[in-house]
Design a protein around this ligand. Structure first.
Ligand code: AMP
Ligand code: GLY
Length: 417
């Protein structure tokens, strides 16, 4: 029996635990801290701080640690585990800068000719304002450096909006701001499992970040995803050769080889794919749509990463589509009520990945903005879409909200309105 520790508490970590659960190996899977929904299926353990995680690993020496969220990686969990000789899927603190510092990522891309939006970076509010004052074409994209959970991005249509965004970001962060060219196109995500030298890429997936149907409303942590994305396949070679391989090579040259999952957030533009962002981990909710399609044994894949044998792997995938829809609390990403009981009809024929749930008195209640993800696999995307929306009607909680158009996006380059 091998002991696997999954770090994190959301739907992504539930999906990771399920992927380990489907392994042919005999595994004891512990999710830390997990949540009350994950606890219905797996062991969970209250480990919340880096110190708690490290001290637990010192005591129990798990055979594999899979780190879900970026925070623990940016804090250096992988470095601590490396010192202990404990296998870890997730990059070192230095390598995690690819996500934790937008400026590190942008400079790395610029230095290595990796296609991305042109940018200007400054720590100085007046300089940022001056740049916007002198800039002729809009929209522009303004982002804070550092981790922002996808919510620190402002797309501005004119100078006055731009100046407002700079002032707001500067008042919220001690770090700098990145001002970027707006990329027109359609977005798609691709993960690469990397052992530091070699990598294998997954199926493409597509997140739906905005709150309302037809990509309207504020950005969220992600309202649903689906996989694969056939329209992205013609770009795979270009993405691998011009983006993934060079960035992994560059990380090596910087002295911080990337071991773990590299998330490539891509914009397919009229000039081909460009990087919107890199993350140092699996995407959420994309992981909930991608991992269920993986046919290769997930524990074997993780072992190939820690043993530096990814080059010998050929990932295999189920010939199916997966559509994953997030059920959220009405009001999210702003304020919302919590504590509503979650009712699930026993006839439900879909998988659930739990995120914002608790069970103060034994029954599951809502406790977060994104409550759970419902997902279905079927032969085609259309069938998976129909199936997941049919099944989702068997789940009820007060104030529930979900998008009705997950997987229906038309992946074409639209002119900016
Ligand atoms: P990020 O936190 O960098 O992933 O940005 C969040 C979202 O903002 C992305 O998923 C895009 O939808 C949008 N976005 C970010 N940068 C750009 C850009 N340069 N051009 C167009 N859209 C962008
Ligand atoms: N789905 C976007 C992210 O995980 O950052």
């Amino acid at each position: 029996m091998k002991n696997v520790l999954v770090i994190g508490s959301g739907g992504r970590e539930h999906a990771i635990a399920k992927a380990f659960g489907a392994s042919r190996h005999e595994l004891r899977i512990i999710v830390a801290p997990g949540n009350a929904g994950i606890a219905e299926e797996f062991e969970t353990l209250e480990l919340n701080t880096l110190e708690e995680m490290v001290s637990y690993c010192v005591q129990t020496r798990p055979d594999m640690v899979f780190v879900g969220p970026e925070k623990a990686l940016a804090e250096g969990l992988a470095d601590e585990l490396e010192k202990l000789g404990i296998p870890c899927i997730g990059p070192s603190q230095k390598a995690a800068r690819i996500e934790s510092s937008k400026i590190f990522a942008k400079e790395l891309m610029q230095k290595n000719g990796i296609p991305t939006a042109s940018f200007f970076f400054t720590y100085d509010e007046n300089q940022a304002i001056e740049y916007i004052e002198n800039h002729g074409t809009f929209p522009l994209v303004i982002k804070a450096d550092g981790l922002a959970g996808g919510k620190g991005v402002h797309i501005v249509q004119d100078k006055s909006q731009g100046i407002q965004a700079v002032q707001l970001l500067m008042s919220q962060t001690s770090k700098g701001v990145v001002i970027e060219q707006y990329l027109q196109g359609w977005e798609v995500s691709l993960f690469a499992f990397s052992d530091g030298e070699n990598y294998c890429s997954t199926v493409f997936s597509q997140d739906h970040k905005q709150l309302y149907d037809h990509d309207q409303g504020p950005n969220t942590g992600g309202m649903g995803a689906y996989s694969p994305v056939p329209e992205a396949e013609p770009w795979r070679n270009e993405v691998e050769e011009q983006i993934i391989a060079p960035v992994l090579r560059a990380m090596n040259q910087e002295g911080c080889p990337f071991v773990g999952v590299l998330y490539c957030g891509l914009m397919i533009t009229k000039d081909g794919p460009k990087v919107v962002e890199f993350n140092c981990r699996l995407g959420d909710p994309e992981a909930q749509a991608v991992l269920p399609l993986l046919e290769t044994d997930f524990y074997d894949l993780c072992q190939a990463i820690v043993n530096k044998q990814v080059g010998q792997l050929n990932l295999s995938w189920k010939p199916e589509s997966c559509v994953a829809v997030v059920m959220a609390s009405r009001g999210y990403p702003g304020s919302f009520q919590k504590g509503y009981p979650i009712h699930i009809d026993p006839s439900l024929e879909a998988e659930i990945c739990y995120a914002g749930v608790a069970s103060p008195e034994g029954e599951l209640v809502t406790s977060g903005g994104r409550v759970l993800t419902v997902l279905s696999l079927a032969e085609s995307k259309e069938q998976a879409h129909a199936q997941v929306y049919k099944e989702l009607k068997k789940i009820h909680f007060q104030d529930q909200y979900y998008r009705k158009d997950i997987s229906l996006r038309d992946n074409k380059i639209q002119a900016f309105p």
